[in-house]
Design a protein around this ligand. Structure first.
Ligand code: BGC
Length: 421
C-alpha cells in the first residue's frame, strides 16, 4: 500500500469513526422517568434501570415521588401532564393505562414490541392490559405477588408460635406473639396498606370467586353479603394486633420491624422481600414467605409497567423507545427483579439466580392462571377504574380507623362507593 493510499485509508477510517460518534451523539437523548421507588430495595432496583439507560448513552433524569403504592406520584403526574410538561415515562399500571391512553397523551410502542416479540413473550392477559385499541402503550417490568405473609422465624420461636395457614391459626399465632411482647403484625396505616390487608382477608375468608365478584366486578350482592360481613369482622380483628404507632407509618418501616424482630409478621407484596434482601437478610433463614392465610391456592398479582408520554424531540423519542426495549430484555428483567423482590414478567426466563420465594411465586403464577385463581390486586390498581378504587379504599380505611362504623354500614358504603365514576 502506497503512502497516499494509506493516508486516504487512514482518513476515511477517521471520518467513519467521527461519523459513528456523531450518529451516537445525535441519538443520545434524555429520559425523565417518574416512579415511586424510594425505599432501600426499590431504589436498588430503580438504579438498575438508570444504569441500563446510561449504558445506552442516554441521560437519566430521576423523577422519584416518595410514597408507597404511588398515590402521591399519580397526583404529581396529573399536574405535570395538565400543565403540558409530561415526563418521558411514568410508572402507570392496570386500568389507569387505558385511562391515560384515552386522553391521547401516550406514545405508541408497537415497533419495539413487534421487533422484540412481546406478544410471544408475555402472558396474553397481561399483554392485553398493556394495549389500548390493540396498540402497546405500556412496557411491563415484573410480576409482584401481593398476597404474602412475611414472617420473622426467630420471633415465632421466642413466642412458641406456629406459622399460620388459615385466619384462625393467624389469630392463635398473633395472641402468642403478643404474650411474648412482640408486635404480632407490622402495619402502616395508609389507605393502600389497609387495603392490601383487606384484600388478603377477603381472598382468604371469602375465596377466589367471592373476591372476583365483590372486588373485581363490584357486584352489589357480594359487597353486601354474609361473606363480606365475615371479611370485615376478621379484618377489624387483625387491627387489634397492630401497634399504636401504626397510623401513617410507611410500609418499609413496617417491614423493618419484622427484619429487627420487633414484629412477627407483615402482610405485604413481595417488594417487602426487596427490603429484607437490601438489609442483607437470607430468605428461608432470617425471614420466610408464606401465602397470606387461606390464600395458598390463589395469587393476587400486581404488574409494574411504564407508559411513555408523547414528546417532540427526536433524540428523546429514541431514548424513550430504548427504555421500552430495555425493560423487556432478559438481562434487565433478571437484574431488576432480583433486587425488586418480584419475578420477571417475560415468560420462559431462567430463574436459577432467584430465591425460593420467587420460585414459588413463579410456579404459583402459572398454576393459578390455569386454575382460574389468578386475581388482580385492587390495592395496587390492577382491577377497577381509579375513581371507584379510590372510593372503596376510603370506605375500608374509614372502617379500619373508626370502630363505631358497623360492618353493615361499611357494606352499604362499599356498594355506594363502587358506583363512583
Ligand atoms: C408497586 C411496587 C412498589 C409498592 C410500594 C406498589 O404499588 O407496584 O412496585 O414497590 O407499591 O411502593
Amino acid at each position: 500500500m502506497s503512502i497516499s493510499q494509506r493516508t486516504v485509508r487512514g482518513l476515511s477510517l477517521a471520518m467513519m469513526a467521527a461519523g459513528l460518534m456523531t450518529a451516537t451523539l445525535a441519538q443520545a437523548g434524555e429520559v425523565e422517568v417518574l416512579h415511586w421507588w424510594t425505599s432501600g430495595g426499590e431504589a436498588k432496583a430503580a438504579a438498575e434501570l438508570k444504569a441500563t439507560m446510561q449504558a445506552k448513552g442516554h441521560t437519566w433524569k430521576d423523577f422519584a415521588v416518595a410514597g408507597g403504592g404511588g398515590d402521591s406520584a399519580m397526583t404529581v403526574l396529573k399536574s405535570r401532564v395538565v400543565s403540558g410538561n409530561a415526563p418521558a415515562a411514568a410508572q402507570i399500571k392496570g386500568p389507569s393505562i387505558q385511562e391515560w391512553a384515552k386522553e391521547g397523551v401516550l406514545a405508541n410502542m408497537d415497533d419495539v414490541a413487534k421487533a422484540n416479540k412481546w406478544d410471544d413473550l408475555l402472558p396474553k392477559a397481561i399483554a392485553d392490559g398493556l394495549k389500548y385499541q390493540g396498540h402497546y402503550v405500556a412496557a411491563p417490568v415484573n410480576v409482584h405477588r401481593v398476597n404474602w405473609l412475611w414472617v420473622n422465624p426467630e420471633a415465632f420461636k421466642k413466642a412458641g408460635a406456629k406459622v399460620p395457614t388459615t385466619w384462625d391459626e393467624f389469630f392463635v399465632a398473633a395472641e402468642a406473639l403478643k404474650k411474648a411482647n412482640i408486635v404480632p403484625i407490622a402495619h402502616g396505616g395508609q389507605n393502600w396498606q389497609d387495603f392490601t390487608t383487606f384484600e388478603a382477608v377477603a381472598l382468604g375468608v371469602g375465596g377466589t370467586e367471592f373476591y372476583k365478584k365483590a372486588l373485581v366486578q363490584l357486584d352489589a350482592g357480594s359487597l353486601k353479603s354474609a361473606t363480606m360481613d365475615k371479611v370485615l369482622t376478621t379484618f377489624r380483628k387483625v387491627k387489634g394486633y397492630t401497634d399504636k404507632n401504626a397510623p401513617g407509618r410507611d410500609w418499609n418501616l413496617a417491614t423493618a420491624m419484622v427484619i429487627k424482630g420487633e414484629a412477627g409478621m407483615q402482610i405485604m407484596g413481595d417488594w417487602a422481600k426487596g427490603e429484607f434482601l437490601a438489609a442483607g437478610k437470607v430468605p428461608g433463614k432470617d425471614f420466610t414467605c408464606v401465602a397470606a392465610p387461606g390464600t395458598s391456592k390463589a395469587y393476587t398479582y400486581n404488574v409494574d409497567s411504564f407508559a411513555l408520554f408523547k414528546l417532540k424531540d427526536p433524540a428523546n423519542q429514541k431514548a424513550q423507545q430504548d427504555l421500552a426495549a430495555a425493560i423487556m430484555s432478559p438481562e434487565f428483567q433478571e437484574v431488576f427483579n432480583l433486587n425488586k423482590g418480584s419475578i420477571p414478567v417475560r415468560l420462559n426466563m431462567d430463574l436459577k439466580k432467584f430465591d425460593d420465594c420467587a420460585k414459588t411465586s413463579a410456579a404459583d403464577f402459572v398454576s393459578t392462571s390455569k386454575s382460574g385463581s389468578l386475581v388482580p390486586s385492587i390495592a395496587h390498581g390492577m382491577a377497577v377504574p381509579s375513581a371507584a378504587e379510590g372510593a372503596i379504599k376510603d370506605v375500608v380505611s374509614q372502617f379500619w380507623n373508626d370502630d363505631k362504623i358497623t360492618s353493615a354500614q361499611a357494606q352499604d358504603r362499599l356498594v355506594a362507593a363502587a358506583k363512583t365514576k
